[in-house]
Design a protein around this ligand. Structure first.
Ligand code: MRU
Length: 371
């Protein structure tokens, strides 16, 4: 069984293997540009400034960041103290997506098993590539597991369109290939199912309007961009069959953090009996956390991201100021949706309820490990 993929990735190594290249997601959909990351500082800036974004891609980019730290450490012969400090700097680039620290620790552990410089470089590259491939396969599996849910919904309304609402961008741009929330959508579309996607624009940076709409358009998936506040109205009128979103961090009890506004969609879905699913790989679970609202760090970004809106005019990308010049703004980048509002979690190991017992059924080894 194959799902649609564009066979394009948002990250790759240059042919000599010493430069990480990424699509600059800040410019999409109006301009396509590739940036070269050669140092840990470049990687940190790319994550912080959201050249790359989306939980799994942040993790993959940071994994290559550790590789660059090792590669560029010849002068220091890569002592552990230097490497640990570089890893810590990478982890601090953005706070909410747990994939970042998870991936950095994975690569750091592998490097620690080697002693000589060349062996450490090889270990770092191998692990970064292994994580990348594993995330691709995770998303492929999420697509197949999510597909059965879409098929079940389609079976209840034969001959009619299945309308799926999504928030932010949890597509291949955020994940290397397939995406998390989009993987079931691509899987259904590639099988000829009649699918239509409501794309929340996702203020302030409009990842939905800019990135998800661009991706779905390239994949030939029918979609409509809506304002962030339209979802409740559409649900009241029977125009949404299911919601699928991604996540940046999930607790062992099934609370999830995702792009700001996700919680309000979950509340509206609950009130309207619309199934609300979260698609996420195991790298997005924070196995030590039980209470998402209390424990998940929520990033606060520059207020100017709220005050200004970016778009294209005469083939140039421009930013315009919306509120009065002196009005302050606040920019909370994520919110937490409590498990009680979530119909199910779609993971690479299958679909489960958003509760500790059922998550443990899919990932028993994570519950055996000491925190
Ligand atoms: O601030 P961003 O663009 O990194 O936020 C991304 C999201 O919130 C995505 O929905 C989430 O990372 C899931 S990605 C598969």
């Amino acid at each position: 069984m194959e799902t649609i993929t564009t066979h394009q990735r948002p990250i790759w190594l240059n042919p000599s293997g010493n430069i990480v290249q990424v699509i600059d997601q800040r410019l999409l959909p109006h301009q396509y540009a590739v940036l070269s990351l050669e140092t840990v500082d470049d990687v940190i800036a790319a994550i912080r400034d959201m050249v790359v974004r989306g939980a799994p891609l942040i993790g993959v980019t940071a994994a290559y960041g550790v590789y660059l730290a090792v590669l560029n450490s010849r002068k220091q012969s890569c002592p552990d103290s230097y490497l640990d400090a570089e890893c810590q700097r990478l982890i601090s680039a953005r706070p909410t997506a747990v994939n970042l620290s998870w991936a950095v620790k994975q690569v750091r552990r592998r490097v620690g098993e080697a002693a000589a410089y060349d062996d450490r470089v090889k270990a770092a590259m191998d692990e970064a590539e292994r994580i990348t491939q594993a995330e691709v396969e995770n998303c492929r599996q999420i697509g197949l597991h999510g597909l059965s849910i879409i098929q079940e919904i389609a079976g209840k309304k034969p001959g009619q369109t299945v309308n799926i609402l999504t928030h932010c961008n949890a597509g291949w741009l955020a994940c290397v290939e397939y995406g998390t929330a989009t993987a079931p959508i691509y899987a259904a579309a590639s099988r000829g199912m009649d699918i239509h996607v409501w794309v929340d624009e996702t203020r302030p940076l409009n990842q939905g309007a800019r990135l998800t709409a661009w991706e779905l358009g390239q994949g030939g998936v029918r979609h409509t961009v809506i304002t962030d506040n339209a979802g409740g109205h559409l649900m009241q009128h029977g125009l949404v069959d299911m919601v699928i979103v991604g996540s940046d961090r999930a607790t062992r009890t099934g609370d999830i953090a995702n792009k700001i506004g996700t919680y309000l969609k979950a509340l509206a879905a609950k009130d309207n009996h619309v199934p609300f699913y979260v698609a996420l790989p195991s790298s997005t679970f924070d196995w030590e956390l039980s209470d998402g609202v209390a424990g998940i760090p929520i990033e606060e970004r520059e207020p100017d991201e709220v005050r200004y809106v970016q778009g294209a005019s005469d083939n140039a990308i421009v930013r315009v100021l919306v509120p009065p010049a002196k009005s302050p703004a606040a920019n909370f980048a994520f919110d937490v949706t409590p498990a009680r509002l979530i119909t199910g979690l779609i993971t690479e190991n299958g679909v489960c309820r958003a509760d500790e017992t059922d998550i443990c059924r899919l990932f028993p080894e994570k519950f055996r490990e000491k925190p």
